[in-house]
Design a protein around this ligand. Structure first.
Ligand SMILES: *Cc1c(COP(=O)(O)O)cnc(C)c1O
Length: 479
């Protein structure tokens, strides 16, 4: 095939011209977003650039079909093509990850987790209750049985990684429904090494005895040993769930192998498809066979009708992820993170855990005398897009923070290599050493205000433009 970007160029021009006639502001915003994405040095660890074949697959009439249910068991007639789409997506997911079972319907990572939690509750709480109440299905339960069951659902416990150590809101924290469903406790990291301490997790698990032990993170710059986590879960009879939303691309690309690959160890694995996996915005659940019937209840239990166009795009992205080119990308993501980390540390920066072995670098900006908020804003002024993030036991809390999270997937997709990431490190340090916390109106050092020395932001912006020009986004696509 010739360059798909060139092939799709005229198609996108036509599409935008047609959209323009209906709602010009949307056509304009779509064009502007491409310009902005092309001009931004994107270090947001959860973002990426899906291929144009993936993006193009989303924009079709597959969206027009209702297909509640599962492949071959739909509540609507005429779902033969949707069955094909969903089967192909699930097949690619199973083959790519070596999973026993895959469910391609979740609309996002949060939805995948909610599907997983209820599948686990169905297997561990609802199923045994049916037997106890002498019921074949939930329809046979009396009102009194239901009242008992509802209470049991609400009494379950979850143990996950603490937010300030890099865990995710959906692992039992209050802003997410999981924090209202479950009695949650969390494990942190070792105060000295900032690494997961499996002995400490085992102690917490023995004490708390959760129904679900969750592993997974969105801001932890290290790999997890899933064999050790599984051992802990087995010892206390917990279900072991892994949320690999952030690092699925590294699992798919075989960078995380053996005990670092969650699939053989976890009962249920959830992921997003749009982060390091580089697919469309969406979610996936994979599971051991025994959980399959419960996971299949995701829609309509907690999910709205399947987004068939998105499942189609997931299938295309997963097909791409099965190629050698994707494995090379995944290895580069990890190598580039190392280069970025070393580039920062060799120039005097402090990193959480003193390095990385995944796609994330967590920069502790307190050594620059800044909060995460100040550092994030100053970097943005210089064209470097990051997001502020807590560091373990953060003295500045979750709003101002003391850290900045950096990730390599997006720029790796643009073709940045180790040398470019070393240059990025140099530019980040240049901005931060030339930024000072400014006084707040109270007369004390502020947590949000800052000043950058004259000319630094412009100089760094010119340097980032040069890097971006050398690695164009969607080369060949002209709007
Ligand atoms: C991003 C993320 C999610 C949520 O994904 P959405 O698609 O935004 O709902 C869930 N879990 C983890 C670990 C994540 O990093």
């Amino acid at each position: 095939m010739t360059n798909p970007n060139v092939e799709l160029s005229s198609a996108y021009q036509t599409i935008l011209k047609v959209v323009e006639q209906v709602e010009p502001r949307i056509a304009a915003a779509t064009r502007a977003e491409l310009t902005d994405q092309r001009a931004s040095l994107k270090l947001i660890a959860s973002e990426n650039y899906a291929s144009l074949p993936v993006l193009a697959t989303m924009g079709t009439w597959l969206s027009d079909k209702y297909a509640e249910g599962t492949v071959g068991h739909r509540f609507y007639a005429g779902c033969q093509n949707i069955d094909t789409v969903e089967s192909v997506a699930a097949e690619h997911a199973r083959e790519l990850f070596g999973a026993e079972y895959a469910y391609a319907q979740p609309h996002s990572g949060i939805d995948a987790n909610l599907t997983a939690f209820w599948a686990i509750l169905a297997n561990k709480i609802e199923g045994p209750a049916l037997t106890e109440f002498g019921a074949k299905t939930v329809n046979d339960l009396t009102e009194a049985d239901w009242a008992t069951l509802r209470k049991r659902f609400g009494e379950q416990k979850m143990l996950g990684m603490s937010l300030d150590a890099g865990g995710h809101l959906t692992h039992g924290f209050r802003p997410n429904i999981s924090g209202k469903m479950f009695d949650q406790r969390s494990y942190g990291t070792d105060p000295t090494t900032q690494l997961l301490d499996y002995d400490q997790i085992a102690t917490a698990a023995r004490e708390f005895k959760p129904l679900i032990l969750v592993a997974g993170y969105s801001a932890y710059p290290r790999r997890i040993n899933f064999a050790k986590m599984k051992e802990i879960a087995d010892e206390i009879g917990a279900v072991f769930m892994v949320d690999m939303a952030h690092f699925a691309g590294l699992v798919a690309g075989k960078v995380f192998k053996g005990e670092e690959d969650p699939i053989p160890y976890a009962d249920v694995v959830t992921t997003t498809t749009h982060k390091s996996l580089r697919g469309p915005r969406g979610g996936l659940v994979m599971a051991k066979e025994e959980y399959a019937p419960s996971v299949d209840r995701g829609c309509p239990l907690v999910l709205g009708g399947p987004l068939s166009h998105m499942m189609a795009a997931k299938a295309v992205a997963l097909a791409e992820a099965r190629t050698p080119a994707f494995q090379e990308y995944a290895q580069n993501v990890a190598d580039n993170a190392k280069s970025l980390a070393e580039g920062l540390m060799s120039r005097g920066s402090k990193l959480v855990t003193d390095g990385t072995d995944n796609h994330i670098v967590l920069l502790d900006v307190s050594s620059f005398g800044l909060t995460g908020r100040q550092a994030e804003s100053a970097l943005l002024d210089a064209g470097v897009v990051t997001n502020r993030n807590s560091v373990p036991s953060d003295p500045n809390g979750a709003w101002y923070t003391s850290g900045v999270r950096l990730g390599t997937p997006a720029l790796t997709s643009r073709g940045f290599g180790a040398a470019e990431f070393d240059r990025v490190a140099e530019l980040i340090v240049e901005v931060l050493t030339n930024t000072e916390a400014a006084m707040a109106s109270t007369g004390k050092p502020g947590k949000a205000k800052y000043t950058i020395a004259d000319g630094v932001a412009d100089r760094v912006k010119a340097a980032t433009d040069e890097l971006l020009d050398a690695h164009p986004l969607y080369p060949g696509l002209e709007l």
